[in-house]
Design a protein around this ligand. Structure first.
Ligand SMILES: Nc1ncnc2c1ncn2[C@@H]1O[C@H](COP(=O)(O)OP(=O)(O)O)[C@@H](O)[C@H]1O
Ligand SMILES: [Mg+2]
Length: 206
């Protein structure tokens, strides 16, 4: 069983968006997948609740104190992949998650304050010795994404190749519990998510 965590200390960077899309992708590729929502706001869990019964994922909402037990349960149930969505602004929970995880994706918008904040998340991953990489999310058209990539790489932070652009499909799809694959299967957002999940499978050896 592999454990993928989505962590970024900044709210609104795209953690929940990534978590639910990685989870749907994994299910579509027939991986037994569990989604653990550690954010008290419970957005990923709510999203799953709003899905049709037959499409519901195996998702739970919990405090980080329950993480170890939930991971044991997932292992016993034969999960291939566990995806953990996390809350912003919680160093201690992020550190705990980082210790348990095999890989951390850190969504970051290509904007000044976001780029500054991602350093502390990268530091948490580093202290836990867990491999981690930034996904540039909600990039506008133009050079900003590549400028952000250069700035992050200069600080020694790994940035994945696929960039998620700012696309209405990401926010429209989740309104009624869908993913971009279910909203617009041949759209550009679905292709971005496929590319990102292919990277995740490769880097995590899944
Ligand atoms: N690539 C994107 N394009 C357009 N909207 C996005 C994108 N990524 C995230 N969003 C929107 O930004 C908001 C914050 O994203 P969310 O995943 O909830 O962030 P977090 O979980 O880190 O707080 C949501 O309304 C979401 O739909
Ligand atoms: Mg969230």
């Amino acid at each position: 069983m592999k454990i993928l965590a989505i962590v970024a200390q900044k709210g609104g960077s795209g953690k929940t968006t990534l978590a639910v899309h990685m989870a749907v992708c994994a299910c579509r590729q027939n991986l037994r997948t569990a989604l653990i929502d550690l954010d008290p706001q419970g957005s990923a869990h709510d999203w799953n609740e709003s899905r049709e019964d037959r499409d519901k994922l195996d998702a739970v909402k919990a405090g980080s104190g329950h993480l170890a037990a939930l991971l044991k349960q997932a292992q016993a149930a034969g999960a291939d992949l566990v995806i953990i969505d996390t809350a912003p602004h919680s160093d201690s929970a992020a550190a705990l998650v980082a210790q348990f995880s095999d890989f951390i994706l850190m969504p970051c918008r290509p904007a000044r304050f976001d780029l500054k904040a991602i350093g502390s998340t990268a530091q948490i991953a580093k202290l836990a010795r867990t491999p981690a990489a930034v996904v540039i999310n909600a990039a506008p058209r133009g050079r900003l994404a590549e400028e952000a990539r250069a700035a992050l790489e200069e600080q020694g932070i790994v940035v994945v190749d696929p960039v998620l652009q700012q696309r209405a499909a990401y926010s429209h799809a989740v309104i009624d519990g869908r993913s971009v694959h279910e909203y617009e299967p041949d759209g550009k957002a679905a292709a971005e998510i496929d590319a990102l999940f292919a990277y995740v499978r490769q880097v995590m050896n899944i």
